[in-house]
Design a protein around this ligand. Sequence first.
Ligand code: PMP
Length: 353
Amino acid sequence: MNSLWSNLVQNLDPYVAGEQPKDKTYIKLNTNENPYPPSPKVMQAIQSVTASDLRLYPDPDASSLRTAIAEYYAVSPTNIFVGNGSDEVLGFAFVAFFKKENPLYFPEITYSFYPSYCRLYEIRYRQCAMANDWSIQFDDIGDSPGGIVFPNPNAPTGMLLSLQQIESLVKRYQDIVIVVDEAYIDFGGDTAIELTQTYSNLLVVQTCSKSRSLAGLRVGYAVGHPNLIAALERVKNSFNAYPLDAIAIRAATASFEDQVYFEQCCNQIIETRDWFTAQLNALSFQVLESKSNFVFARHTQVEAKHLSKSLKEKAILVRHFSSPKIDNYLRISIGTREDMEGLIDSLGSILVA
Ligand code: PMP
């Protein structure tokens, strides 16, 4: 190891993202990107960027974007924080709320970035077990957690918690912050944003990467009580190097101004997901009930590792996780109907081989 590195860095086991191979053109169903382009209004907004927009520093408050998001959810701009992707917003939230004596809790099977943040920021954590039906055992949280975070729907299971379940957690643990990571909420779930108007310990984090087809733009946001937003701003201003850039502010603002296009895309993905699930069932897969833009499925006889490798040979990428509890599952992002038909045909031929 490099002797110039601190112990912390030497012991880090950084997050490993889904692969992005460049050797040929793949049908890419491994990182939950949206198969449709962003709204034409987003593209127009990017084309309207002027030389002065780039010459000057961007608006440090990202006011136009925060206002557009606030209007969209019928809350105040003082309830909104924006950052470079929800990963950055989550990172700020971990520093602002979870660096405490008592441990942070999150599900055992969940977004694998959470333990990475904990190691990076030296945050103690514990995991809530998953029941056989993949529900999260929130009873594992003792009386005094330092914080709670979970995605809703969960990743990679795609399973959704109800707003009643979220509200009962938020009510039960009023003296800690609960972060609900709603990266995939627009594909059939109900957002908990309305609850943030009643409960000042709830922070909802969302992203433009999935339902708004803007993964490349890197825009995420948090919605919560102004007191929570002020804490995130304090952390952000200490980093200083990461304000949203002028192009991202303009483009993401335009996305919130095109509701019709947004709904059409989400509905198309939901319809394709439901069709694809039925096709997988017919090929003897067990598929968890998903409310996201991906499904989590296992074949009753054939190993997931073999399937993902064979699909890659046919230029289709899906996600296979090697961690023991889920190594028999594939997480498959929902692409266009054509992508999914191609995948079903390929799976059919792999399974008879
Ligand atoms: N939360 C979850 C549960 C995710 O799966 C992802 C995407 N990998 C993110 C947050 C981060 O997304 P982004 O940084 O693109 O907003």
